[in-house]
Design a protein around this ligand. Structure first.
Ligand SMILES: [Zn+2]
Length: 489
């Protein structure tokens, strides 16, 4: 049999964590059809000196709308990502009210769908470059059912929310997500979340959570997440695990110990992390205008600031010094301006040592948490996350081996998030592949110049088609809307 594509003389890091082997890989249609020797092929790529791995999976994204607005998904594809998990932190594109304004501002597309099946159809019609697997977001569902009510749901509202989550999972979502620091999720009590996470748990799907507090109350929030998983009968994914704020640095050791203890006692908890010391998100969500936090204001940098475009890429402290005011005054000026609520900020709140502690944990996956607002200066994690793990934490710092890093970016993620037949270089798997130079792969995106594609990524294959080659995006658009397969977790 003649294969469609042969990648020859490559070093295969197969995604399982096993030691690399040298050989060829054959691809026919959308599947891997040979590993070791490839036989004849219509197209051959000589990968001498390069490493071939399963395409990376970004388990923590806000790409729901970007898949429609920027179907080329260049910022992900160029990192070697072939799949993204959307609907994180409680914000998902579906369900939705047709034509309604997106309350979170994170989606950025007026919906012409009302449920996940409709969104999946819109996504496939857009022919995105990468695959997408969806979570159903708590904030989204709560806004739809309860508006911005700051109270517990009635029994009827709770039942309506649970039905919406269950429908999403029936239509292919891999789980239910929360963002318990955000509006309106922060108004929910634990038992509301348990009830909704149970709709996921009942179907064998995940509960993925941006926990209620990542700073002073990190440990209580981790305990709440574990407890929700236990009561809901759902596996738990702790999103972007961190200890925020200098006085909390180092606490990730204790929170990981709590996760380990829970797992030893029968829980099923895993995590993800992004490899940067700054977070990023909608600024209005982090500040209370009645009580602006001066400590947080000190570490704020503006990423996207429609109200004051010249602030983009600058620290609030620098702008304040220039104007002879305090950083909190700059925050107030921005948040109270028209469109101030659309500001995306970057906050330097994480300790470098904690990133290494996180990455060394065997159940830690990689998720960029990038916010795909390409105006302004987005956090560089949007463009650099996966190559940065491979360059800084594998090659330079030796925090983990290449095989183990690839495992956390591929098979571990695919198994956890219910991707069928993806995440390994093995015969019969879908041909989502990345070919890279392990000696030179590196992120080049910086806070000052964030929209830079990484170095050392040579070739990316999505469902058997070449989507990226030596810096060129081919535009084949072979990404798919993936549906959760419970047996894979
Ligand atoms: Zn989050």
């Amino acid at each position: 049999m003649t294969a469609d594509l042969a990648l020859r003389n490559v070093r295969i890091v197969d995604g399982t964590g096993a030691a690399p082997i040298e050989g060829d890989v054959a691809v026919t249609a959308d599947r891997i059809t040979g590993v070791g020797s490839a036989g004849p092929a219509a197209e051959t790529i000589d990968g001498e000196g390069l490493t071939l791995a399963p395409g990376f999976v970004d388990v923590h994204t806000h790409d729901d709308g970007a898949l429609l607005r920027h179907p080329g998904m260049e910022f992900k594809l160029a990192q070697g990502c072939t799949s993204v998990v959307i609907g994180n932190c409680g914000f998902s594109a579906a369900p939705a009210e047709v034509g309604a304004k997106d309350p979170s501002g994170l989606i950025g597309v007026p919906p012409d769908w009302s449920d996940l099946a409709g969104f999946g159809a819109a996504l496939e019609a857009a022919r995105p470059a990468v695959n997408a697997m969806a979570l159903i977001g708590h904030n989204t569902v709560r806004s739809l059912v309860m508006g911005d009510e700051r109270r517990a749901p009635t029994a009827t509202e709770l039942a309506e929310m649970r039905a919406a989550v269950a429908t999403g999972i029936e239509q292919g979502a891999c789980g239910f997500s929360t963002g318990l620091i955000y509006e309106p999720g922060r108004y929910s009590e634990t038992d509301e979340v348990v009830e909704l996470a149970a709709a996921a748990g009942q179907a064998g799907a995940l509960y993925a959570t941006h926990i209620r507090n990542e700073g002073d109350h990190l440990l209580q929030a981790i305990e709440e997440a574990i407890e929700i998983g236990r009561q809901a009968g759902a596996a738990v994914q702790i999103s972007h695990h961190k200890a925020a704020g200098a006085r909390n640095w180092g606490k990730v050791v204790e929170s990981l110990a709590r996760v380990d203890a829970a797992n030893a006692a029968g829980a099923d908890v895993t995590l993800d992390v992004y490899p940067y010391t700054a977070g990023s998100g909608p600024m209005a969500q982090y500040f209370n205008l009645d009580r602006l936090d001066p400590e947080l204001a000190e570490v704020i940098r503006f990423a996207s600031c429609p109200a004051f475009r010249p602030y983009e890429g600058r620290m609030a402290t620098d702008i304040a010094a220039e104007q002879g005011v305090q950083p909190v005054d700059v925050i107030r000026q921005v948040l109270t301006a028209p469109d101030g609520d659309r500001t995306i900020c970057i906050q330097f709140i994480i300790d470098e040592a904690d990133i290494e502690t996180n990455l060394a944990h065997p159940l830690m996956m990689v998720g960029s948490d990038g916010i795909p607002d390409l105006e302004g200066r987005p956090h560089p994690r949007l463009f650099g996350t996966f190559p940065r793990v491979l360059s800084r934490y594998v090659r330079d710092r030796g925090v983990l081996t290449l095989e183990d890093a690839v495992r956390r970016m591929t098979s571990l993620s695919c198994d956890r998030f219910g991707f069928a037949d993806r995440g390994r270089v093995a015969e019969g798997q879908f041909a989502d592949l990345v070919l890279f130079d392990a000696e030179t792969v590196a992120d080049t995106a910086t806070y000052d110049d964030p929209k830079q594609e990484p170095a050392g990524i040579e070739l990316v294959v999505v469902n058997g088609q070449i989507a990226y080659r030596s810096g060129d995006h081919t535009g084949v658009g072979t990404g798919r809307f993936l549906r959760y397969q419970p047996s894979y977790r």
